[in-house]
Design a protein around this ligand. Sequence first.
Ligand code: CA
Ligand code: CA
Length: 593
Amino acid sequence: MKDWSKTSPARGLAMGVIAASVMAWGAASAGVTDADILNDAKTTGDVVSFGMGTQGQRYSPLDKVNTGNVTNLVPAWTMSYGGEKQRGQEAQPLIHDGRLFVTASYSRLFVFDAKTGKKLWKYEHRLPDGIMPCCDVVNRGAALYDNLVIFGTLDAQLLAFDVETGKRVWREKVDEYSAGYSMSAAPIIVNGMVITGVSGGEFGVIGRLEARDAKTGKLKWIRPTVEGHMGYTFDAAGNKKENGISGTKNATWPGDLWQTGGSATWNGATYDPETNLIFAGTGNPAPWNSHLRPGDNLFSSSTVAINPDTGKIVWHYQNTPHDGWDYDGVNEFVSFDYKDPKTGKTIKAGGKADRNGFFFVNDRTNGKLLNAFPFVNGITWAKKIDLATGRPVFDDANRPGNPASGDGKKGDMVFAVPSFLGGKNQMQMAYNPNTGLFYVPSNEWGMEIWNEPVSYKKGAAYLGAGFTIKALHEDHIGVLRAVDPVAGKIVWEQKNYAPLWGGVLTTAGGLTFYGTPEGYFKALDAKSGKELWSFQVGTGIVAPPVTWEQDGEQYVAVSAGWGGAVPLWGGDVAKRVNYLEQGGSVWVFKLHK
Ligand code: CA
Ligand code: CA
């Protein structure tokens, strides 16, 4: 485990805003409304939600940049995040009223003029010694609501700033960073509430979703994602009221292990207004050593669907019951509709490319499993997902062995595929309704993994496992795959030497955009997968692109800066890609006139 306190250049900086050149923005503009957020996927002049629409499709109806002219795409501007702080830049930019909002590593927030790149203001959070982000000092983005821009920090605070002045409007402590809590996901806004999760599954935290009044930061409800914990609602005065236990205590967890059960909600959520459900993925049950916690260990490594009005879990689907491989199920659940090939009926579905290597399609009204198939090769931990029972058919020989049945120190080692960094990780896929395809950034790798004894200690890593990640092939690890969720087929794929770690954007222009750790920002033909354009941004890309339209021109933006979990946890793979350079900048492109 890396000691971040020794590497944080933020140490010793004065608390608060380092506001650069706050400039007057003319007349006060209208703030972002709930309607703006609900319509985000259709409105091309702004990007006001993580996912480019609350359903998370990352699809734009813009076609000014298209398969016929994308070769004319050139940089409009780029700006550096500056300083000595580099590491992974995983954030999705937001665009509103001519401003581009982007978060950066070490809990920083930048606001630029979206057309010229002029810096309007920035905020650098003072991080205390001893923060414990498991997987690099990343942030995946902010949320916009009314006149506020809101983001979570690595010391588990949630902050809201006035978009024009950069002045902090509210601040809420979400939890104790000294117990392993941190925040890395982009918040989402649902009906005036800001919805957030927590990071820290490697430290035995308790995963949960929280809803707050987006204008004040005051809590509305808390819903834990470890079975046995109580949910709460809060009245206007802040009084706490029990809102029902999550699941049934000890039904799927033995003894007291549920009290430090993990299931961290570290990669955010999506919201589907048609079903009025928030969908959040949950991380591994803690500790990793599964022999210490017989049972399914709900609601870990699952998709949970939560009613935003009540804060209650309406349905759940567990992608990896009794996870023993750190297959966090935090991957985004993306709503989409399709016509049932047999009945012709429209199915309200959701797709999820899970870290465990299977692509799952669930009925998003009730969670019922509709389809599940591998999107990476050589999966070892399960033979298949049984569509009748909705459960994996485990290969018991591929579960890391129990230390207690051997010498007590180290259980039998297995070679498992995918590695715990997953068939897919934090990088967000995209869905194009014109092609009916999901574009999934995936990786082909495995791991040697074994279990060790472990006991919980507050603020210490709580794994009970050792591991080494290895590539499966000499020539590639990353594969961008076009996935047909109904037929259960891979339609095309594009291989990449380094593991893919950035998200995807797809458009009505017939394009699919993504970046590589080697620094190439690419546009492919969404139908065929043929590469049509690429541009070298000077450092690896591990973030999702966005697109919008301003003054009649279509812009495409992506954050750049190599880092994330691979260099820290990647074992042999980390060594193989240690030639890749860090950075920190945002790039904006448009067509050459
Ligand atoms: Ca929009
Ligand atoms: Ca994990």
